[in-house]
Ligand binder design. Structure first.
Ligand code: HEM
Length: 467
């Protein structure tokens, strides 16, 4: 393929003097998915953030997804923006994370973690998922309204902490979940970046102390597990793994991976749950058909793992929700060396942004791409680079089967017991992390099959055709 020079010919909007494409980066980060779609529709599959600025480019569509995601030696994940003091607990927590590792180090660590996510092992987490969902549904008894985002976050957080560490006590589950949550919130506070000083009162200081506390907790959990060889949680599975050459994960590595699993796993899943319930509320016929399917297979009971495989419409509903509102709408890689992509030369250091969201809206793959049509999944089969809510290639989500099982269990149990209906006139937007904003207030009714679409306001109408 002929290779053009990026600055001469890659299409893209004109950059402003001095800032080049940075302004467009800010537009992207402030959550404008419409911006990404406009870039694709106006300029095509390879787009520079700004003409003459080769530092950031978009690569859209299945073919380029394939090239970017499968060539992990050329397109690397980046270590992140954080300036973390060396030798601290927080540094150890953040660096031992698959999502920031490359090359043989990533391969070796991922192989050691894989057994914790084998099919059989994931099945073993099913009971915890059912028990914690049941507790939430029992708690809703007698409530007239819930904030669905908050509820789903709490549930997925509890499931994550329970399956990771095998904690039984609910107060301890919430204490550790709260600690992890605070750590994430602190590290995304603007003050953290502006004032990186270890002075009491500043987020930076708090983050370092939270890091110490969390590390101490995970260390003690590891120590306890050494005396309980029958435990079946993720941490226990990670502890028992040995490579062919006898190598294993160190305590420090396990601590980092446990934290990373919590971070990567719970908010993505809670957003997917909240959006799926919302989409069902907006599509009464689909909701009624789904309830028929659930009733005929489950008869009001929580699903067994074998039954989960006999619910094709539930599967279609989840896939369609992940297609329309994928919890990770975009991803990034950095060129580790000068390379070629889509017919253009990219200098070393170029940041390449690929987009699940844009791929999932290509009309040649998904006719009427903005509409929620779960039935399409009964007749289509899409490759990993055409349907990639969990990404693809060597960094593909290690927890995808865990997440799919969790989504199926929670939705099947929730739908059979309650009918949720969004409060009429709610203003609903979507932020960069695909979190529904500002809230998703839902009225709760015992499941009475009175499905009705309720009108909502806000940016959601730009992302989904709710006619
Ligand atoms: C609906 C729920 C979820 C979605 C949509 C999702 C999506 C993703 C995506 C898009 C990536 C990025 C891959 C890349 O950079 O190419 C990823 C990575 C990852 N996810 Fe998930 N995820 C979900 C749930 C989970 C769960 C439940 C866990 C753990 C229990 C998990 C653990 C991870 C880890 C450890 C990585 C890093 C993998 C690596 O770099 O090798 N995720 N996920």
């Amino acid at each position: 393929m002929a290779t053009a020079t990026l600055s001469q010919s890659m299409p893209g909007p004109r950059g402003l003097p001095f800032v080049g494409g940075k302004l467009n980066l800010i537009r992207l980060l402030t959550g404008s998915f419409q911006f990404m779609r406009d870039m694709h529709d106006t300029y095509g599959n390879m787009v520079a953030f700004a003409k003459n600025d080769p530092s950031y480019v978009f690569a859209f569509g299945p073919e380029l997804n394939h090239q970017v995601l499968s060539r992990a030696d050329v397109f690397e994940v980046s270590g992140g923006l954080l300036r973390i003091p060396k030798g601290t607990a927080i540094e150890r927590l953040l660096k031992n994370n698959l999502a920031v590792m490359n090359g043989t180090h990533h391969k070796q660590q991922r192989k050691l973690m894989q057994p914790a996510f084998h099919r059989q092992q994931i099945s073993a987490y099913g009971d915890d998922m059912v028990t914690l969902t049941q507790r939430m549904l029992d708690r809703w008894q007698g409530e007239s309204e819930v904030n669905l985002i908050r509820e789903m976050k709490q549930l997925t957080q509890r499931i994550a902490v329970k399956t990771l560490f095998g904690l039984y006590d609910e107060a301890e589950l919430d204490r550790i979940g709260g600690l992890l949550r605070k750590l994430i919130d602190m590290s995304s506070s603007p003050l953290f970046f502006i004032a990186p000083f270890d002075v009491p009162g500043l987020p930076y200081h708090t983050l370092l102390r939270l890091g110490d506390e969390l590390e101490a907790f995970i260390r003690s959990a590891i120590a306890q597990k050494r005396s309980r060889p029958d435990d079946t949680d993720v941490l226990a599975a990670m502890m028992h793994v040995r490579d062919e050459d006898g190598s294993k994960l160190s305590d420090e590595e396990m601590i980092g991976h446990a934290f990373a699993l919590f971070v990567a796993g719970h908010e993505t899943t809670s957003n997917a749950l909240a959006w799926t319930v919302f989409l069902l509320n907006q599509h009464p016929r689909v909701a009624a058909d789904l309830l028929d399917e659930l009733d005929s297979v489950l008869h009001g009971e929580p699903p067994t793992l074998e039954q989960l495989g006999r619910l094709p419409l539930l599967e279609g509903v989840i896939k369609e929700s992940l297609r329309l509102l994928p919890p990770a709408g975009l991803g990034m890689r950095v060129a580790a060396e000068p390379t070629e992509l889509g017919g253009y030369a990219l200098p070393k250091g170029t940041t390449v942004i690929y987009s699940e969201l844009v791929t999932h809206r290509l009309p040649e793959l998904y006719p009427e791409p903005d509409r929620f049509k779960p039935e399409r999944w009964a007749t289509i089969n899409r490759s990993t680079y055409e349907f990639l809510p969990f990404s693809a290639g060597p960094h593909m989500c290690i927890g995808w089967a865990f997440a799919m099982q969790e989504l199926r269990i929670v939705l099947a149990m929730l739908m059979q017991r309650y009918r949720l209906s969004i409060v009429p006139g709610t203003k609903l937007g979507v932020d960069i992390r695909m979190t529904p904003r500002p809230a998703m207030p839902m009225r709760i009714y015992p499941q009475d099959r009175q499905f009705q679409r309720v009108s909502v306001r806000g940016n959601i109408h730009k992302l989904v055709d709710l006619r």
